[in-house]
Design a protein around this ligand. Sequence first.
Ligand SMILES: Cc1cn([C@H]2C[C@H](O)[C@@H](COP(=O)(O)OP(=O)(O)O[C@H]3O[C@H](C)C(=O)[C@H](O)[C@H]3O)O2)c(=O)[nH]c1=O
Length: 185
Amino acid sequence: MELIKTDIEGVVIIEPRIFKDARGYFFESFSQREFDEKVGHVEFVQDNESMSSYGVMRGLHFQRPPYTQAKLVRCVRGKVLDVAVDIRKGSPTYGRHVAVELTEDNHRQFFIPKGFAHGFAVLSETAVFQYKCDEFYHPEADGGISILDNSLGIDWRIPTEHAILSEKDTKHPLFKDFDSPFSPF
Ligand SMILES: Cc1cn([C@H]2C[C@H](O)[C@@H](COP(=O)(O)OP(=O)(O)O[C@H]3O[C@H](C)C(=O)[C@H](O)[C@H]3O)O2)c(=O)[nH]c1=O
């Protein structure tokens, strides 16, 4: 696998090595050895999958300390725009984001360290999204910022006025009103 560094330290795009032949393709979707070697040791404990239709936006979510989550995400069917926002107080990239198109064709994965809010918008008719987390789900630690907050400067590539959100995601605070529980160091 190859790493593509981004504008935010620690947030990386992973391009797996794809083996194609007359039958189709094969690739190692996760190797603890290679991940440790190239990204650093992260012990993932939970895999998640969600399916969404075009126009769905999920996020921008995080879990508060002590249940913070790093995530390794990918889109196995369809296409999403995936976004990580740095919400670590004192970080030189606080409030900055990285956006990456994850698709069933590019097989790209996206590593989002602890201290980031995460979300995505579905750009295809449907999208199946799979991701690994390094902390279990703790609903009592669930947090979020508004995925529709224009101050974040995210180009979601869909008309967000028609976005389909969960009830919960319509209630997150704007970034300016948000008191981050994270610090960078
Ligand atoms: C996240 C999660 C949810 N659930 C249950 C709780 C709800 O009854 C149902 C849907 O949960 P929610 O609406 O929070 O799902 P998403 O909106 O896709 O949330 C996720 O989407 C964004 C993009 C993320 O990065 C987070 O991992 C996660 O917050 O699944 C579980 O049982 N375990 C879990 O780990």
